[in-house]
Design a protein around this ligand. Sequence first.
Ligand SMILES: NC(=O)c1ccc[n+]([C@@H]2O[C@H](COP(=O)([O-])OP(=O)(O)OC[C@H]3O[C@@H](n4cnc5c(N)ncnc54)[C@H](OP(=O)(O)O)[C@@H]3O)[C@@H](O)[C@H]2O)c1
Length: 360
Amino acid sequence: MLSDKPLSNLDRLWCGPLLKRKDHAAETRSFKWGWSCGACSLSSVDMKTQSLGKSKLISTRLAYGNMRCVGTWNPADATPEVRARGVKAHVAAYEAGYTHFDSADIYCAGVCEEVLGQTMREVSGMRDRIIVATKCGIRFGGNPKPDSPGRYDFSADYIRACCDASLKRLGVETIDLYHLHRPDVLMNPAEIAPVFDDLHKSGKVKVFAVSNFMPTTLAALQKHVNVPIEVNQVEIHLGRLDPFVDGTLDQCIERTITPTAWSPLGGGWLGTGRDAPRNNPNNAKWTLLQQLLDKIAAEHETSRTVIALAWLMKHPSRIIPIIGSVKPENIKEAAKADDVELSREEWYQIYVAARGQNMP
Ligand SMILES: NC(=O)c1ccc[n+]([C@@H]2O[C@H](COP(=O)([O-])OP(=O)(O)OC[C@H]3O[C@@H](n4cnc5c(N)ncnc54)[C@H](OP(=O)(O)O)[C@@H]3O)[C@@H](O)[C@H]2O)c1
């Protein structure tokens, strides 16, 4: 998306260093979408990119997720100060080179979408350079009646209403990547097909995705919907290895679907050094794993976080980790995983440690 706008200061910040590079023209050709400013299609930060599925959307190899950006699930607690901190985290991710921003309508009841929208309004040109991703389909208890249970809802009317509400909160005309958040047991793919067609034709949604879908559920949906499902966002990290063996990543490779990994640091324990993942009493195993990650990190002159992310990114399905930190230094640090190449031996060493048992 080239434009004839004059360069803003931020554009200069982003593009200045690369404008001087001899290979600028050659590199520009490799960025089809999502990277552009007033003058060129590059950023000053060289994060590698990849297509999302077979679509034309180009994402950086790591994405930024904003679920924690206001630090609360209660919208009443999302004061202007808290929102400003959320904006700061988004700006840090943008400046670190991330071009894929993941949100959901349920994150702080829509506040996180609003904070992403606020950031895009405050940062000139950001909207045109990033993938705006969000999700629908989860309903909390008490909605619409006091005794309504927490549930999932892929009914046509609900998806349409959610999409309109997200567009408004984000302040955009198009959601680039729209996910069904968690499989609705009552999902009827034939009911979803015309909704997706309409959202796509009207320009409200560019590309469709699912989240937490087993391969069979994804196949059932795809059999009926005309638009391709290009992404499956699932929980993958060293404390949750199921997608490697339950067919999820096999299906991604077979159908050229991009897997995105939520909680790629297990919600934090792979970064900070807290003892164990949630709900897992096997502390000894996790301590050994953390020690191994630290050893490999030292050999690569990097951090445990970076190794845990690079480990995900080595898988041939081309997993995109979604970073959830709100600290600018951690957001920047995570982006270094882009540059680390683990050997097959290192990869299996880590895998075996995370399994807690040798390969059969
Ligand atoms: N589809 C779904 O069902 C689903 C579910 C959950 C999440 N998600 C998506 O996935 C995104 C990421 O999830 P997550 O936040 O659980 O991811 P995560 O990256 O595994 O965890 C982030 C947490 O780790 C902490 N952390 C500790 N050390 C860190 C380090 N060195 N580097 C980075 N973070 C460190 C962060 O704290 P600091 O902020 O202090 O750095 C933050 O609290 C969400 O924002 C959301 O977009 C999707």
